[in-house]
Design a protein around this ligand. Structure first.
Ligand code: AMP
Ligand code: ZN
Length: 454
């Protein structure tokens, strides 16, 4: 089975060939830890978790190194800690723990290493010194800047026209920049801000820019060149473009990573998610209403490179499907992961096709095919589903529903009386009222029963 992945750098789907199959190396940009992660942030975490699981299946669980960093030095962190009157360390540790718990609830495996930026300042300084020595960076007004002009093939990843990049960079015009496109590797800290001894002979203590963090952490944990680098599509420019510039110029290499993968954006009910629109959801908020497996399933219904529209309708459908699938869960499902599932994933993580394959297996399993049933269950476990017992799963329906059963029974009694009195307008009205509450009625000759709509 050949794994093919779409590479943003070459703009094509290519066969994945690791540098060393004994140690396949993947780096994904992780969270800046100042607040709860939102459901958009969950997308790269879930997508690259699926890829991590696939790589472990293909190369062996002990032969894949997955590094996802924690950005724990950032202006937003400083501001939030001051606002809350707590130390930066307390804020970042607390936020990291919440993130770790949230993504575990989404069924994501912990990465092999989760390096913290503040624990790699030494590596960042070393990289910056190298870049200054090779003429790729310069010191100006206590800043160190990367000189984009010193790298002739800058811009390969985003392939933006130069004038567009310059216009983008101009947003942040600073008088000390030789060129508008030059970006910050190191900056001075004001009193009270986190600071470390500066590189480049600068006396004032300072702190790193964002891009250099990932070049330093990927170097430390994966080496100068590694297999795969991932993140959300918004990171292509400037973040990943600048990571490439730093790493390639510091190590004099032709590539930083051999494959670059980017997930599309998530929007909510057709609109960009934003606090001002009131459609901004943290993972934590959603977990209060929906099982983590439902959120995970819903994420995988869309191919990772497509934009995803996050809707309540989609979540309800995902829940209903998982209910059906849980009904087939068996403890003795010790089969292999289905070949068709691995094949769909090997086609640039085609999760919609993979779910269609699972539906096919389910149908065969329901028809009594024991092998299909075993493969179905094993595949779902491999994908991070069926983490609960079938009875715990079924019980969630009742816990999360805030429908008052006594009120429903009372309304049904009133409706039955209305029907007896041939007052059909009233009985229909009550049926609609119940439907609006999420209750579906079933009339039979033995009376009326009800269930929660799904
Ligand atoms: P940030 O905390 O903004 O640096 O984002 C962390 C990760 O989440 C990055 O990989 C982003 O590309 C990704 N991300 C942020 N917002 C969204 C979104 N709405 N949809 C998909 N991915 C997102
Ligand atoms: Zn990064």
């Amino acid at each position: 089975m050949e794994l093919k992945l779409y590479d943003t750098l070459s703009r094509e789907k290519r066969a994945f060939v690791p540098i060393d199959p004994e140690r396949v190396r993947m780096y994904v940009c992780g969270p800046t830890v100042y607040d709860f992660a939102h459901i958009g942030n969950a997308r790269p975490v879930i997508v690259f978790d699926v890829l991590y699981r696939l790589l472990r299946e293909l190369y062996g669980a002990g032969h894949v190194a997955y590094v996802r960093n924690i950005t724990d030095v950032d202006d937003k962190i400083n501001a939030r800690a001051a606002e809350r009157g707590i130390s930066i360390r307390d804020l970042t540790e607390d936020t990291y723990r919440n993130f770790r718990d949230d993504v575990a609830a989404l069924g994501c495996l912990p990465p092999t290493v989760e390096p913290r930026a503040t624990e790699h300042i030494g590596e960042m300084r070393q990289l910056i010194e190298r870049l200054i020595a090779s003429g790729h960076a310069y010191v100006a007004e206590e800043h160190v800047l990367f000189s984009v002009g010193a790298m002739p093939d800058y811009g390969q990843l985003s392939k933006r026209p130069l004038d567009e990049m310059i216009a983008g960079a101009r947003v942040d015009v600073a008088p000390y920049k030789r060129d508008a496109m030059d970006f910050v590797l190191w900056k001075p800290s004001k009193p009270g801000e986190p600071s470390w001894p500066s590189p480049g002979g600068i006396e004032t203590p300072g702190r790193p820019g964002w891009h250099i963090e990932c070049s330093a952490m990927s170097w430390k944990h994966l080496g100068e060149t590694f297999d795969l680098h991932g993140g959300g599509i918004d990171l292509v420019f400037p973040h990943h473009e600048n990571e490439i510039a730093q790493s390639r110029c510091a190590f004099h290499t032709g590539v930083m990573a051999n494959y670059w993968m980017h997930n599309g954006f998530l929007q909510v009910e057709g609109e960009k998610m934003s606090k001002s629109l009131g459609n901004f959801f943290t993972i934590r908020e959603l977990l209060a209403d929906w099982p983590g497996e439902v959120l995970r399933f819903n994420m995988l219904r869309t191919h990772y490179r497509q934009p995803i529209d996050w809707t309540v309708k989609g979540l309800e459908e995902s829940w209903k499907t998982l209910d059906d699938w849980y009904a087939l869960a068996v403890e003795d499902g010790q089969e292999h992961v289905a070949g068709a599932v691995l094949e769909a994933l090997s086609d640039d993580l085609n999760t919609p096709r993979m779910l269609a394959e699972l539906h096919g297996l389910k149908t065969r399993a329901q028809a009594g095919d024991r092998l299909a049933r075993g493969e179905f269950v094993s595949s779902l476990r491999f994908l991070g589903f069926l983490r609960e017992s079938a009875s715990d799963w079924a019980a969630r329906r009742h816990v999360s529903s805030d429908i008052d059963a006594a009120q429903v029974e009372a309304l049904i009694a009133t409706r039955t009386a209305a029907r007896k009195a041939k007052n059909f307008a009233e009985s229909d009205r009550i049926r609609d009222e119940l439907a609006a509450m999420g209750v579906v009625l079933k009339d039979s000759k033995d009376g009326t029963t009800w269930e929660i709509a799904r």
